[in-house]
Design a protein around this ligand. Structure first.
Ligand SMILES: O=C(O)CCC(=O)C(=O)O
Ligand SMILES: [Fe+2]
Length: 387
């Protein structure tokens, strides 16, 4: 069975779900199976997760826009305000050549869309579904694929030397890696600049500023959200906060799909040509003692006639650096911990409860007596067990 049977499941969806989906999703489609994707989950699509239900009609969210060349100086206050408020902002004047951005997304889209799922599966770094967050509850509804590339800063040989057409370089897969390496150098540079401005604001010393953002730990994920046979019952990527210090998203100029939670409601982030979107992650929240927000976000599944391509950079602390907010900032909300500890806890939680619990595991107060309950938003809330 292929997409035609999957489309039949659309008929049982609740109205109002699926972010911009029109009622046309209730009609049966007879789309052919897409060979670039695995078979759609059968016999039934998974139940509609509660968090898919949207508050319809809210305007797109315009994020604050910051000039990278000014964040260390006259725009530092605006940067800090954006970090305290939502934990997401746009960056302009970032110095990443438009041609590099264009070629990266174009080639990624071409390669991921061209090869069959079976062929891609064998490629190093290729994944289907949400690589880091695979939740047992909803893993099947993440309709996306991607290529994960670890970065070694400064190692990129300029990809501009590599041509654009189809040639003998392993059908373009080596070229995309070269482009990603070059793009990754820009990301490391931008992350450093943003982080140093925030580190100065927090009063971190030189050693902390260096170990809390370690360029060698950074990686890139190139994503394709292929047309989804049942886009109203699936997500492209489930709601989450990033575990990183900060993440930088490059999306296509006019393709939306990314949403963030603002005042308890999911809001579309307006795509803005040429800009990069920065999300703060959990590590930044910990480093700032909870002063800066890690923003909760998700990506809608692409509707049948559309697809989204994006490239996301993630910056992390050194694995064993003890992350701790400077005294006087944040009032000791979190106990000191290393990123390695955090990652292991996330993996253990995914195994045990089916999803990432996240930073609330690291509250300074003892958590062994805490009972965890899932919320409708997809978050987990801890409560003291009655004694
Ligand atoms: O593709 C996007 O725009 C967002 C990806 C994302 O949130 C992530 O990789 O954590
Ligand atoms: Fe994310």
């Amino acid at each position: 069975m292929g997409w035609a049977s999957a489309a039949a499941t659309c008929g049982r969806l609740q109205p109002g779900g699926g972010g911009g989906e029109s009622s046309s999703t209730t009609t049966t489609r007879t789309t052919q199976m897409d060979p670039s994707c695995p078979p759609f989950p059968q016999p039934e699509a998974p139940p509609l997760p509660l968090q898919l239900q949207l508050q319809p009609g809210l305007p797109r969210l315009e994020l604050p826009t910051l000039d990278l060349e000014r964040v260390g100086g006259e725009d530092r206050a605006a940067l800090v305000a954006a970090c305290r408020d939502l934990g997401a902002f746009r960056v302009v004047n970032h110095g990443v050549p438009g041609e590099l951005r264009r070629r990266l997304l174009e080639l990624g889209k071409q390669l991921l869309g061209r090869d069959t799922f079976e062929l891609k599966k064998a490629r190093p770094g290729y994944f289907w579904g949400t690589a880091a967050l695979k939740s047992l509850r909803v893993k099947e509804v993440n309709w996306l694929e991607g290529l994960h590339v670890d970065l070694v800063p400064g190692s990129s040989s300029s990809s501009s030397q590599v041509g654009d057409g189809d040639d003998d370089d392993d059908d373009g897969w080596m070229r995309i890696r070269a482009l990603m390496a070059e793009y990754g150098d820009h990301m490391a540079r931008i992350a450093r600049k943003l982080f140093d401005a925030l580190a100065a604001e927090l009063g971190l010393d030189h050693h902390q500023a260096a170990s809390y953002l370690a360029e060698r730990q950074g990686f890139l994920r190139l994503y394709r959200y292929p047309p989804c046979p049942s886009s109203a019952s699936c997500l492209g990527m489930e709601p989450h906060t990033d575990s990183s210090v900060l993440s930088i998203i490059l999306g296509q100029d006019h393709v939306g799909g990314l949403q963030v939670i603002r005042d308890g409601a999911w809001r579309d982030v307006a795509p803005a040509p040429g800009e990069l979107l920065v999300n703060l992650g959990d590590m930044m929240t910990a480093i700032s003692g909870g002063s800066y927000q890690s923003v909760r976000h998700r990506v809608l599944a692409s509707r049948p006639s559309t697809e989204r391509v994006s490239c996301c950079y993630f910056a992390f602390p050194q694995e064993d650096a003890v992350v701790e907010a400077p005294s006087g900032i944040g009032g000791g909300v979190y106990r000191p911990f290393s990123y390695r500890e955090f990652r292991e806890q996330v993996q253990a939680d995914i195994k045990a409860v089916g999803t990432k619990v996240g930073l609330s595991r690291f509250y300074a107060t003892a958590t062994s007596s805490i009972e965890w309950t899932p919320l409708e938003s997809g978050e987990w809330r801890g409560r003291e067990k009655p004694s």
